[in-house]
Design a binder for this molecule. Structure first.
Ligand code: G3P
Ligand code: CA
Length: 384
């Protein structure tokens, strides 16, 4: 039996048809809380493969080819960062401004530094969200990436629903303080697409493909913001939630450290940041539990960053063994971000994490013992 089926059946066998609240009420004690035991009690795939901004190593982040490739590879979840346009449309884009990965400076030079919320959807749709990738990564460039548009939430849902595999959605409320009420907007948007409420068909009947979208954890919510976690709890109490972790102002209390040096990389600076104490870390777990979260999303340090692996996503170490153990003892799953290399998959797997946010779902699936299709061939087949 392929591992993909096994992983999902583990979920189906115990918790798939139970409301999240009921499985949380049966949260394990410390003696039975490790690794696979916990993920069978909470209806989320064990060893979850969460495609961070899509398969964003191979295609421009948060665009159609990135999400279509992730779906075709067999990722469990399509990850997206949710923001809201000036005219109230929900869109998938990570940065709060548009300069890094669009041509906003050419199209709207007077507003090149303006936040996403200052643009209407029609204006955002004029931007090219793909050419930056070709310039940054010529070895992975494709002509078809030039001119790719920013996607709406609806368009990401269309992609999730548009193939043989049925991945779930793992949605982050990005800079939620800038978007009051976005949690309610999201609830309405998901409900209108039939992504809330009881699944129509039990996931256990799906035996030859990813079927997360047919299970009770088809949508996962994530946020760095305590306020947004509470708002998500109010807006969608039935939807599983994960609290993302960071160290610094507004997040976990840091231990004292020196400022970033003039010659020091941001990754090296982040790597020096540590939590003030286990109690400081535990306070965030307590908050997560108090607001019904089923897990945490800690940052990680990427140790393998030569050649194809970048340090763009190397932050502070918040998934040490004792941290993972503390979360599991609290009945919380651990989905670290953002892990891309086999060496780092192995290191965190040994610590017992329950899945990964990854820009390279093909590499993670391979690491987990599957044989995903070649991403380049899939992109060809998808018409890119
Ligand atoms: O959502 C997990 C991870 O994506 C959080 O970091 O900045 O990539 O959204 P970021
Ligand atoms: Ca994110």
């Amino acid at each position: 039996m392929p591992i993909k089926i096994h992983r999902w059946l583990l979920v189906c066998g115990v918790g798939a048809l139970l409301p999240v609240s009921s499985v949380l009420a049966d949260a394990p004690n410390a003696g039975e809380s490790r690794g696979a035991t916990l993920c069978t009690k909470i209806p989320v795939p064990c060893e979850a493969v969460i495609a961070h901004r899509g398969a964003s190593f191979m295609a421009p982040e948060s665009t159609a080819p990135a999400y279509r490739l992730a779906r075709e590879l067999g990722a469990d979840y399509l990850e997206l960062d949710l923001q809201r346009t000036k005219d109230g449309q929900l869109v998938a884009i990570h940065d709060n401004t548009l300069g890094r990965n669009t041509n906003v400076a050419e199209v709207f030079p007077a507003r090149a530094e303006a936040p996403v919320s200052a643009f209407t959807l029609a204006e955002l749709k004029q931007l090219d969200a793909g050419s930056w990738f070709n310039a940054a990564y010529p070895e992975r460039a494709r002509d078809a990436y030039a001119g790719l548009p920013i996607l709406t939430l609806d368009e990401v849902i269309d992609i999730a629903e548009g193939g043989r595999h049925r991945p779930g959605l793992y949605i982050e409320t990005k800079v939620p303080d800038q978007f009051p009420g976005i949690e309610q907007d999201l609830r309405e948007a998901l409900a209108s697409r039939g992504w809330l409420g009881e699944p129509e068909s039990p996931a256990a009947s799906e035996r030859d493909r990813v079927s997360v979208a047919d299970g009770p954890a088809r949508v996962m919510m994530q946020t760095f913001s305590r306020a947004s976690l509470a708002a998500l709890e109010e807006a969608m109490p039935e939807v599983p939630r994960v609290l993302l972790l960071w160290v610094g102002e507004g997040s976990i209390e840091p231990a004292p450290s020196q400022p970033q040096g003039d010659e020091e990389s941001l990754a090296d600076y982040y790597a020096r940041q540590t939590v003030a104490s286990p109690e400081a870390y535990g306070q965030w777990l307590d908050f997560a539990k108090a607001h019904g979260a089923i897990g945490i999303g800690p940052s990680t340090i990427q140790t393998e960053h030569d050649g194809a692996f970048s340090r763009q996503f190397s932050y502070m170490e918040l998934a040490e063994s004792w941290m993972v153990g503390m979360a599991h003892d609290d009945g919380l799953l651990v989905h670290p971000y953002t892990v891309d290399s086999p060496a780092d998959f192995a290191r965190y797997q040994q610590r017992g994490v329950d899945g990964f946010f990854t820009n390279r779902p093909a590499a993670l699936l391979e690491f987990l013992g599957q044989t995903p299709a070649d991403p380049q061939q899939l992109l060809d087949r998808l018409g890119y």
